[in-house]
Design a protein around this ligand. Structure first.
Ligand SMILES: C[S@@+](CC[C@H](N)C(=O)[O-])C[C@H]1O[C@@H](n2cnc3c(N)ncnc32)[C@H](O)[C@@H]1O
Length: 211
């Protein structure tokens, strides 16, 4: 897929409604030790991290689980996970630290400004009901020039994904994420990429740099 269109996404008031409006901690209470995308798509995510995340850096894995998909052969100084399920993150061998934090209740991240060299959100942006405020805060905690890599596929928990996500096509979703980053006003060099392997789950990425 080529992302070279001039697509402007206009959202309606109910764009961030979800089929399941119960508090997220109920849905995520049970750990899911499963892969949310297949190995080919995971490899595509790992390849991006290898390309954009510097060795010995301080990384934030936002909306984390028991897998972070970072390259195994690269040393990172400190990797912090933020997600909804403690047992999943406790089993994640790539995390040095983790915090259970509901971004749909409190979009402000529990970290100090300019403290991370990179941030990742893998197959999860579709669950945020206020992604612009969350991304604005990611801009606060990232150092200047730090990359953010947001990846997605065509698989998701339908009841917890926002209406906007459900209505749009895979292609339009990249432009939706770009619009979140633009509205957050703390990123530039926004790139939209199709990193899908030849077979299996597709994998798309929106990458930007903190300003
Ligand atoms: C489909 S899983 C993806 C997990 C992981 N990033 C991966 O690639 O395997 C969605 C993740 O989003 C996190 N999440 C969902 N809603 C959240 C919320 N309101 N606040 C913080 N994290 C949330 C969950 O903890 C869950 O691990």
């Amino acid at each position: 897929m080529e992302f070279n269109k001039t697509i402007k996404i206009e959202l309606t008031e109910d764009a961030f409604r979800r089929m399941d409006e119960t508090p997220d901690d109920q849905f995520y209470r049970i750990p899911r030790f499963t892969s949310h995308i297949d190995q080919g798509a995971i490899d595509a995510v790992t390849k991006l991290y290898r390309q954009y995340f510097l060795p010995n850096s301080h990384i934030l894995d936002l909306m984390s689980s028991w897998l972070s998909h970072l390259p195994e052969d690269i040393h990172y100084n400190h990797v912090v996970g933020l997600g909804m399920n403690e047992r999943e993150m406790a089993r994640n061998k790539q995390l040095d630290d983790w915090v259970v934090h509901d971004l749909n209740i409190n979009p402000r991240l529990p970290f100090i400004e300019n403290s991370f060299d990179a941030a990742a959100i893998c197959v999860s942006i579709d669950y945020l009901i206020d992604p612009v405020t969350v991304l604005k805060d990611v801009g606060r905690i990232l150092k200047q020039g730090a990359p953010i890599i947001i990846t997605y596929s065509n698989r998701y928990f339908e009841s917890k994904a926002t209406a906007a996500w459900l209505y749009l096509s895979d292609e339009q979703r990249a432009y939706l994420i770009r619009s979140f980053l633009v509205k957050a006003e703390c990123f530039d060099d926004i790139a939209l990429m199709d990193c899908s392997p030849k077979y299996g789950d597709p994998l798309y990425a929106v990458i930007a740099k903190a300003i």
